[in-house]
Design a protein around this ligand. Structure first.
Ligand SMILES: Cc1cc2nc3c(=O)[nH]c(=O)nc-3n(C[C@H](O)[C@H](O)[C@H](O)COP(=O)(O)OP(=O)(O)OC[C@H]3O[C@@H](n4cnc5c(N)ncnc54)[C@H](O)[C@@H]3O)c2cc1C
Length: 511
């Protein structure tokens, strides 16, 4: 079959969500995917040894509680289920560990070991803002972005909103510096913004993100069976509504007739016709400059697309198959997300300065042992561990392909300083470099996990450009539904959901 009502390009979670809603509304839908399987960044593979599942990209998701698709597309019925570890994060500083728990009493106690004053402030900020975050900020993640003047008007009406507008004039670093005295607490909050939100401490205008982190309304959760299980559930849900994923087909052209999208052409020349709509979940530049072509776009838009900036950093992941889990000193073994070798804001800034220069000498290690919460991810009584390490895409000297093995050894050595039992328990190891990311998912150009920097000029109404920020494009019947749109990258399901709602509204179709 080569004719459908709707064609979605790319079967990452956003593409699958858009397709899932359109199919649920009764449309015939095909998702066309370049790789041999659906999922994109929901990618779990046995890259070390058979029987050990490793999440090569996203390993925890912070918006599972809020993602509308989770309920609407009945993802639990189709096999997905999340676990929320009680000890959410732990940051190691010398012989002490600062921990963030699900339970605010426990978090307060942990922070109090560093600063009584900060422990009280952290709790107060969380209590003051949790409801505002739940009722105003989270829904905004799942709504089309409003214009700057509409945003101002909406926020200036309440005291919390006015505080937000004030915070929006500062950076996360300035906000944590104003609120707290404890360097470790400041660092923990800043790290929570870096991974998995890709927001750096000095990003001007993103100060309110620090409050979002403290509110803990976005919980770190993992999918039982590995992140790819969520992709399976999305695919099953789509299938149950009559939709299909056509894999091993790289889209090379979006077909346009009389200013409207009519379908796509894939690498072997096969044409797939879309009677009502085409939506792209892949990166901005590939979509417009390669699949559509400049001849269909006005000069101003072409320039804006060319100016769209890629992420400031990439991520190198190291995956281990282990006989026993790492035992950390000090004890952060109960923490799901462990931050090593970066305990103060000063150190973070310095580490990112190095990254900007193309250097990777003293890396931050974000570590986790998923099998402590989900035994299905390894053979009986064995374990997997991951270290996600912010790195430059381009090294100052040499290429990741040449430096990869040395970097893995250097990081494992550093990791072992915090977990002395690590090296002797390694059964298998593998690394995924920024070049490997780009090779696996060609939309993550430059190892760009978020498909575009999360800076003020590329957020909300300005993402990816003001003209394209409502998921519609100058090409009739053609929409965007991926991470280059608000609310951006990460496993949020936001772009896919809002695009689906926009398309259904434009077509006058009810769910
Ligand atoms: C190392 C790493 C770690 C990460 N960790 C986390 C984390 O812990 N938590 C988190 O929330 N996020 C994390 N992320 C980010 C997250 O994985 C992405 O932001 C997310 O996958 C984006 O989803 P998407 O659906 O928009 O795009 P993708 O998941 O990238 O899916 C796009 C799909 O389009 C396909 N495609 C590309 N070009 C074409 C074409 N021409 N024709 C057809 N198909 C095409 C691709 O093959 C892919 O399947 C991480 C990313 C990386 C790289």
């Amino acid at each position: 079959m080569t004719e459908f009502d709707a064609i979605v390009i790319g079967a990452g979670h956003n593409g699958l969500i858009t397709a899932g809603y359109l199919a649920k509304a009764g449309m015939s839908v095909a998702v066309i995917e370049k790789r041999y399987e659906a999922g994109g960044g929901l990618c779990t593979e046995q890259i070390t040894l058979p029987g050990f599942l490793h999440n090569l990209h996203s390993y925890y998701h912070i918006l599972a509680d809020h993602m509308p698709a989770y309920k609407d597309l009945e993802l639990e019925k189709h096999g997905a289920r999340y676990i929320c570890p009680e000890t959410q994060a732990g940051l190691v500083s010398g012989d002490k560990a600062l921990k963030i728990y699900e339970n605010i009493d426990k978090t307060q106690k942990s922070i109090a070991k560093f600063s009584e004053k900060d422990a009280k402030t952290y709790r107060k900020v969380q209590e003051d803002y949790a409801e505002y975050m739940e009722t105003i900020i989270i829904p905004a993640i799942y709504s089309p972005p409003v214009t700057p003047s509409e945003r101002y008007a909406a926020l200036e009406g309440t005291p919390e909103g006015r505080t937000f507008l004030e915070l929006d004039r500062s950076s996360p670093l300035e906000v944590v510096d104003d609120l707290f005295e404890c360097e470790e607490l400041k660092a923990e909050i800043l790290h929570d913004l870096i991974y998995p939100r890709w927001v750096l401490p000095e990003y001007h205008g993103l100060g309110s993100m620090a409050i979002l982190s403290i509110s803990q309304v976005e919980r770190r959760q993992l999918v039982i069976g590995g992140s790819h299980t969520l992709a399976h559930a999305l695919w099953r849900s789509l299938k149950a509504s009559g939709g299909v994923v056509l894999a091993n087909r790289a889209v090379r052209k979006i077909l346009i007739k009389n200013g409207a999208a009519t379908g796509v052409e894939v690498a072997d020349g096969t044409k797939y016709i879309a009677k009502k709509v085409v939506a792209s979940s892949i990166d901005l530049k590939q979509t417009f400059l390669e699949l559509i072509g400049e001849e269909y776009l006005d000069e101003n838009l072409i320039q804006q697309i060319k100016n769209y900036k890629s992420d400031d950093f990439s991520i190198f992941t190291i995956h281990l198959a282990l006989n026993e889990p790492p035992k950390y000193i000090p004890d952060v073994n109960d923490a799901f997300h462990i931050i090593l070798n970066s305990e103060t804001p000063e150190k973070i800034i310095d580490q990112f300065l190095q990254i900007r220069k193309g250097k990777v000498k003293d890396p931050i290690l974000y570590c986790s042992t998923p099998t402590l919460w989900d035994k299905t991810q390894a053979l009986l009584s064995k374990h997997t561990a991951v270290a996600a390490i912010p790195v430059p895409y381009k090294l100052k000297k040499g290429s990741w392909d040449d430096y990869k093995e040395e970097f893995i050894e250097m990081c494992i050595e550093k990791w072992s300083e915090f977990a002395p039992n690590l090296e002797k328990n390694i059964l298998g190891k593998a690394g995924v470099s920024p070049l490997d990311i780009e090779r696996r998912l060609s939309n993550m150009v430059n190892g760009s996990a978020f498909m575009g920097r999360i800076t003020q000029d590329q957020m909300e109404f300005f993402r990816p450009t003001p003209e394209l920020s409502r998921y519609k494009t100058p090409i009739k019947k053609f929409y965007l539904c991926g991470s280059c749109c608000h609310p951006g990258g990460g496993i949020t399901g936001g772009p896919g959901y809002i695009a689906a709602m926009t398309i259904l509204e434009d077509l006058g179709v009810e769910l």
